[in-house]
Write a protein that binds this ligand. Structure first.
Ligand SMILES: NC(=O)c1ccc[n+]([C@@H]2O[C@H](COP(=O)([O-])OP(=O)(O)OC[C@H]3O[C@@H](n4cnc5c(N)ncnc54)[C@H](OP(=O)(O)O)[C@@H]3O)[C@@H](O)[C@H]2O)c1
Length: 239
């Protein structure tokens, strides 16, 4: 099975490329083909150090998507519309995987004029320093993406809560649950398999695509807890 990781030169794309290349043909996409090739070469050097002769390819986003069975959107929320527009003409039967989390800092800012809130400057700064889920109009990033995709193209929303640096560090053992949302059980089963192919990830069925906001919004929660409590490699695990 061929996997394209659009935005594969970025933080989370690197981890998916490295971890999935053990079993799948992975191509990373970029807006810039030279950048994609350079990142692919860097990732292949890492794989070589770990004794793997698997090879990651690098190309432009559209070519990567065209030749894939599964397309990961490892792109920031605000850049999604242009990337979907780019790949729409070549979409056929590929399954799209969204890992996208819309987050903001500025929208969480505590309004100093709000009724009873009395805080001094330092306290205000501290309290302003957190992330929140920036709810898209459609309800979640996945629902927005579903609206942008041509009819018949299946979307699965997953892997939102895995920290990029941990995923990309092959020395790190992962121990996370992966909430998987989507309307097609066929596509979700394929994504379950992808998650199981990364050691110590446990995919869990969350529900249809409408449930994606619940999983997406766990990411700012995890980041806030990690940064305030100085915890590393934090993710989600249901026990
Ligand atoms: N970072 C995490 O820990 C993490 C965890 C879970 C989910 N996610 C989600 O994964 C997605 C990617 O996050 P990230 O941290 O990996 O992001 P990132 O490193 O900032 O960006 C990923 C890639 O997006 C491409 N890009 C930048 N501007 C673009 C534009 N205007 N149009 C199209 N592509 C553009 C860049 O690739 P080129 O320059 O090569 O085109 C870049 O390498 C986000 O939606 C995030 O919410 C992240």
């Amino acid at each position: 099975m061929k996997i394209a990781i659009l935005g594969g030169t970025g933080n989370i794309g690197k981890g998916f490329a490295l971890r999935l290349s053990y079993k799948y043909d992975v191509t990373i996409g970029s807006r810039n083909i030279e950048k994609a090739k350079a990142s692919a070469a860097e990732y292949n050097e890492i794989l070589e150090k770990y004794g793997s002769d698997d090879r990651i390819e690098g190309t432009d986003n559209k070519t990567a998507a065209q030749n894939a069975d599964i397309i990961f959107l490892a792109i920031r929320y605000e850049n999604i519309p242009s990337v979907i527009e780019l790949i729409t003409p070549i979409l056929d039967k590929q399954i799209i995987v969204s890992v996208v989390v819309p987050m903001a800092r500025d929208r969480c800012y505590i309004n100093p004029d709000s009724s009873t809130l009395m805080i001094d400057v330092s306290d205000k700064d501290y309290n302003a320093n957190y992330f929140c889920y920036s709810t898209p109009k459609a309800g979640s990033a996945a629902q927005e993406i579903a609206m942008l995709l041509p009819e018949g193209i299946e979307l699965v929303s997953a892997f939102h809560n895995v920290p990029a640096h941990t995923l990309a560090d092959l020395d790190k053992e992962l121990d996370y649950d992966i909430g998987v949302c989507g309307n097609s059980m066929y596509s979700k089963n394929i994504v379950f398999e992808l998650a199981r192919d990364i050691p110590n990830l446990r995919p869990l069925d969350v529900g249809p695509i409408e449930t994606s906001s619940m999983v997406e919004s766990l990411t700012p929660l995890v980041i806030n807890i990690a940064s305030r409590n100085k915890l590393k490699d934090l993710g989600i695990k249901f026990v």
